[in-house]
Ligand binder design. Structure first.
Ligand code: MLT
Length: 404
């Protein structure tokens, strides 16, 4: 008899953002007269920048001509894109990363979810708590996490690293040494960052213990402060212990276009095996590459004009972040994030649970956010709002919350 992968049964019924989406649709169906404002899922609202649209059009035209038509993309990505990334994202910041260490994909979510496949099942994993659900869920599916302890709201074999107001939402080095360490900075959901000296401690720790850091830098473009590293490879020794994930989704509004990349340095060697080669083998077998036209659009993100346009867009979202933070502070909320990240992390009032506050806000202000407990037990009594709305609805949402 055919069996299913029973690890899936250890997961919550649906993915966090699907649960929220369903609740909101039900509310709207019951109250068609209400204008609901969505500041829940971190999805962008501003159109793709003109320079990128121009590159898309050009690439589409190339596909219409036999001379310039492209079929399958190279497994690991087109060189024009890998070269410009190596140059502008890494070399320009003093990081020693070459084009052939960059793997183009259709986004950081898939890469963060899939990367665990190339590591042994016996490896222990550590995650920040609260945490982007993909890291834990993908390891649950693989069978690496043990069963779910409903009392503690944790999987038994996962090392949860609390991120609280006491450590500025950046975890301490764990006492029990994990094999795989997921770090995300600027952080989703808290919006926190880790300064370079602290990140260097993590790199030293990983090298000392033979751990691997899986570093999600999807929100790197939102960093404004000077002493915050944009890449883990700004730290000495990271080439032997770290993999980095990047995304065009939030940097350039590609949540619908889909483009990202993963960096695996040649010097990351485990059990005498090159991790780079393993990922290349996996990529070549299970993936046919991001579409040519999208990779051309990605290249345009690095052009002088393209960069100017996306910086303006990021500035727009960060102004939203300021409006949300300031408005909430004036209304008496305790708020963090929103400075180097497009997420605002607030403490729920009156000891409300995260889901109680979700319902309260939906029903009384018709505003949707994300309950902190959906990101892990230390997210309980917290709530996340995104700065990716448009200006008008962001102002309106904060106005409504203030009036509550
Ligand atoms: C979020 O809201 O956390 C993001 O949209 C998740 C993602 O980028 O997959």
């Amino acid at each position: 008899m055919t069996r299913i992968n029973r690890n899936y049964l250890k997961l919550p019924g649906s993915y966090l953002f699907s649960t929220i989406g369903k609740k909101v649709r039900e509310y709207e169906a019951a109250h068609p007269e209400k204008k609901v404002i969505r500041l829940g899922i971190g999805d962008v609202t501003q159109p793709i920048a003109p320079e990128i649209i121009k590159a898309l059009h050009q690439a589409v035209d190339e596909m219409a001509d036999e001379e310039t038509f492209r079929g399958y993309a190279p497994d690991l990505g087109y060189e024009f894109l890998r070269n410009v990334i190596a140059e502008k994202d890494f070399k320009a910041r003093g990081c020693e990363i070459s084009a052939e260490e960059i793997f183009i994909s259709d986004g950081a979510k898939c890469d963060c979810g899939n990367i665990q496949e190339i590591f042994g099942m016996e490896n222990s994993i550590a995650v920040q708590d609260p945490v982007y659900p993909v890291y834990v869920d993908s390891n649950v599916m693989a069978g690496r996490t043990g069963s779910f302890d409903a009392g503690r709201q944790q999987y038994k074999d996962v090392i949860y690293m609390p991120c609280t107001v006491c450590n500025d939402f950046a975890p301490e080095l764990p006492g029990e040494v994990p094999d795989l360490i997921y770090l995300c900075f600027p952080n989703n959901p808290t919006g926190a960052v880790m300064k370079k000296d602290r990140l260097q401690e993590w790199v030293d720790y990983a090298n000392e213990h033979g751990s691997v850091i899986l570093y999600d830098a999807a929100y790197e473009a939102y960093i404004h402060e000077a002493d915050v590293p944009h890449s883990i490879y700004e730290c000495e020794g990271a080439r032997t212990c770290a993999i980095e994930f990047r995304s065009f989704s939030k940097t350039a509004g590609f949540t619908g276009l889909r483009l990202g990349f993963t960096v695996i340095p040649r010097s990351l060697v485990l059990d005498g095996v090159s991790v780079h080669d393993l990922w290349a083998r996996r990529h070549g077998t299970k993936y046919n590459g991001a579409p040519y036209i999208i990779q051309r659009a990605g290249e345009a993100v690095y052009s002088v004009e393209g960069r100017k346009q996306i910086e303006k867009q990021i500035g727009y979202y960060m102004e939203n972040a300021g409006i949300i933070s300031e408005g909430l502070k004036e209304a008496g909320y305790s708020v963090s994030g929103g400075v180097n990240a497009p997420y605002i992390w607030l403490k729920t009032p009156d000891q409300m649970t995260s889901w109680e506050f979700f319902d309260f806000l939906l029903e009384n202000a018709n505003v949707v956010g994300t309950p902190g407990s959906g990101f892990g037990p230390h997210g309980e009594h917290y709530f996340r709002l995104t700065a990716f709305g448009n200006r008008e609805s962001t102002i309106e949402a904060i106005d409504r919350i203030r009036k509550l």
